[in-house]
Design a protein. Structure first.
Length: 318
């Protein structure tokens, strides 16, 4: 598998090769390597094809390797989160932000047209080197960065006290906890040794977006339901390499009334959805950010966020 240039996918492929040493299995491996290496199909689809090959070529289905395979990939949007969106009346691909593609966004248009409004750039992270080469996958984080300490923040603590109110632990420990249960903490790591800096060659700063000053890139990660209660900060962009995330935003002078504000500031957004507590008046702009998208938010816009599945992203703030 490594010889075919598929080192980031080698555990899955190696399982197929060792289980069935047949010409057909070898040919399937070559096809899978091509698909994965040149992004002709998504990783999850490749895993499905491998499973199908395992059945066709006689691999024992009763193997514990299935658990290992599941541990290698990110979890998609949860059914529980889908229910919350349905109750809130939000479509899976809904977005009130201005929607752009990369060719629409230049340095000139950013400053003259778009800087003072939220917008989303579709497909902007798909050509990040780390996305194209599979280095944002879960198994890569576990094997190459598992011992890296990361900063975590809680949904309410962060909104009230800022990012420094969180705690610190190794990435591998957090990944296990994120997968098993906890949505209370998410990764927001802007430290000097953050993964955003360690992975600097794997992502590309959007050339059209420029801040007057930057606080430095940050690395973002979390599981379904994780997010931040209502808060505000300087201008921000965030690119998602995997997953989906929902944004609720209000302009600086258009925040909801006091009762709604405190409800949104104290409750995690998943509780707001669960209790049908979205304001009926002064309704926020809502956007579902998908993998491949970069979202930009101007400074001092009020926002609350929630991850709809396991999410990985990189961004910057002023």
């Amino acid at each position: 598998a490594d010889a075919q240039g598929c080192s980031n996918f080698s555990p899955c492929i190696a399982h197929l090769i060792t289980a069935t040493s047949t010409p057909a299995a070898y040919a399937s491996t070559r096809i899978l390597c091509f698909c994965y290496r040149y992004r002709k199909m998504q990783r999850a689809s490749c895993v499905c094809v491998i499973s199908l090959c395992a059945v066709i070529f006689g691999v024992d289905a009763e193997t514990n390797d299935n658990e290992d395979m599941n541990d290698m990939v990110w979890a998609e949007e949860s059914e529980l989160v889908k229910d919350w969106l349905v109750h809130a009346g939000i479509a899976a691909r809904h977005c009130d932000f201005t929607t752009l593609v990369e060719k629409d966004l230049t340095s000139g248009s950013f400053h003259s047209q778009y800087r003072h409004q939220p917008f989303v750039v579709r497909g902007a992270t798909e050509e990040w080197p780390g996305v194209e080469q599979g280095r944002f996958q879960r198994d890569t984080f576990l094997t190459e960065h598992g011992d890296v300490p990361i900063d975590l923040i809680g949904s309410v603590d962060a909104a009230i006290f800022g990012p420094g109110a969180g705690r610190r632990e190794n990435l591998s420990d957090y990944l296990k906890r994120m997968r098993n249960s906890s949505a209370d903490y998410m990764v927001f790591d802007q430290s000097q040794g953050s993964l955003a800096r360690r992975l600097r060659s794997d992502w590309t700063y959007p050339s059209a977006i420029s801040f007057r000053r930057s606080t430095g890139p940050f690395f973002s990660m979390g599981g379904p339901g994780a997010g931040l209660s209502m808060h505000t900060h300087g201008e921000t962009w965030l690119g998602l390499a995997f997953g989906q995330k929902i944004w609720l935003v209000w302009p600086p002078d258009g925040a909801p009334d006091n009762e709604t504000y405190w409800k949104l500031a104290v409750l995690p957004l998943r509780e707001v959805f669960r209790q049908h507590a979205l304001p009926s008046e002064d309704r926020p702009l809502v956007c579902v950010q998908r993998a491949g998208d970069i979202v930009y938010l101007p400074e001092f816009w009020w926002n609350a966020t929630m991850k709809l599945g396991e999410c990985v992203g990189v961004g910057d703030q002023s």
